[in-house]
Design a protein around this ligand. Structure first.
Ligand code: ZN
Length: 334
């Protein structure tokens, strides 16, 4: 369900010496990407490559999608002689050709992440936070999105609507530790924005549905189309102004976004374009809220672009966190 109206811990250990540096200010982000048991280091700022080697690598599992379904391989720093964590490599997992980037294969367009992908991180820049948000789900893409987030150990926020036969996906989002939030029940603008009563009926219905499926009761929300949408005028002029006031009075917290991947703007947008859309609008924002979609639209390329979007934020020194009711609110003012 695209929205044309959208205008837009890793389990790693930080040496004690670095904790002090981190607490005192901005420590430049470094990202060390190690592949094929040989490493190369690209580090900016104060941390040299030789110091980086002392860090423990992150143990992660790499989801791989292929015709046989999902497979994992556990890798760890001990592969590299950098640490002492044990390695678990299921015997059933065949060796795969290493790949340095996500590929979309021709045989069915399945996503493949690298089998082995080692990334080391030093602490992120002070106060630089990116919130990855996914609207309109859950969908057939939810599992892939969750696996990618898990692969990078990133938590995100899902603004969901009602979808038939997707019961397990709501629970999967919550079980994976992400934030689930309200985005209306139907996402049909003619219903959502028919009037104030209709709007709150939509919100109550999705709230109850999320609660039934997950046990989570939330008042975190995103307006379909965002708080600055103009489509609602078609159904009820002046409604958005009223709604912004009344949702707040009723205890809801709404979030817009300030970086748009434009993943729902056009079919089959190349993943590189989504990446550059994000990269070009980060600017000097310390708090970034990225709009993406978990729409299940087969022509969407969100899943293909997501790994590189996540790596972009790591490279830029942002931590990636999930929202909660107390997260700084990013609101549109246009
Ligand atoms: Zn939406």
């Amino acid at each position: 369900m695209s929205e044309n109206n959208h205008d837009s811990g890793f389990s790693f250990y930080i040496p004690m010496a670095l904790i002090a540096a981190f607490l005192t200010g901005c420590l430049a982000i470094s990202l060390m990407d190690v592949r094929e048991n040989a490493y190369s280091i690209s580090a900016n700022g104060t941390v040299s490559g030789s110091e980086l080697i002392k860090y423990e690598s992150i143990v992660r599992k790499s989801p791989v999608y292929d015709s046989d379904g999902l497979r994992y391989r556990m890798v760890s720093s001990s592969d590299l002689g950098l640490g002492s964590k044990s390695v678990s490599q299921p015997e059933s997992v065949p060796e795969k050709k290493e790949s340095s980037s996500v590929e979309e294969e021709n045989n069915g367009g399945e996503l493949k992440l690298p089998m082995e992908h080692y990334i080391n991180f030093v602490p992120h820049k002070k106060d630089c936070v990116a919130y990855l948000t996914f609207d309109d789900g859950p969908s057939e893409n939810t599992d892939a999105i969750l696996d990618i987030l898990d692969y990078y150990n990133v938590k995100a926020t899902f603004f969901v609507i009602y979808h038939k036969d997707m019961e397990d996906k709501y629970k999967a989002i919550v079980n994976a530790g992400h934030t689930i939030a309200l985005h209306s029940y139907s996402h049909e603008y003619s219903s959502v924005y028919a009037g104030e009563a209709s709007f709150f009926d939509e919100m109550n219905r999705i709230s109850d549905y999320i609660y039934e499926q997950t046990g989570v009761r939330t008042k975190l929300m995103r307006f379909p189309g965002g708080s600055s949408n103009t489509i609602s005028r078609k159904y009820s002029r002046g409604l958005m102004k009223k709604l912004k006031k009344s949702v707040t009075e009723r205890g809801y917290v709404y979030q817009d976004w300030n970086v748009d991947s434009r993943d729902a703007a056009k079919a089959k947008t190349p993943p590189e374009k989504l990446l550059s859309n994000v990269r070009n609008s980060i600017g000097d924002k310390k708090t970034v809220v990225v709009l993406m979609h978990d729409s299940g639209n087969k022509t969407a390329t969100t899943v293909q672009a997501l790994p590189e979007i996540i790596e972009l934020f790591y490279e830029k020194g942002y931590s990636m966190e999930k929202m909660d009711i107390n997260t700084e609110q990013i609101h549109h003012n246009w």
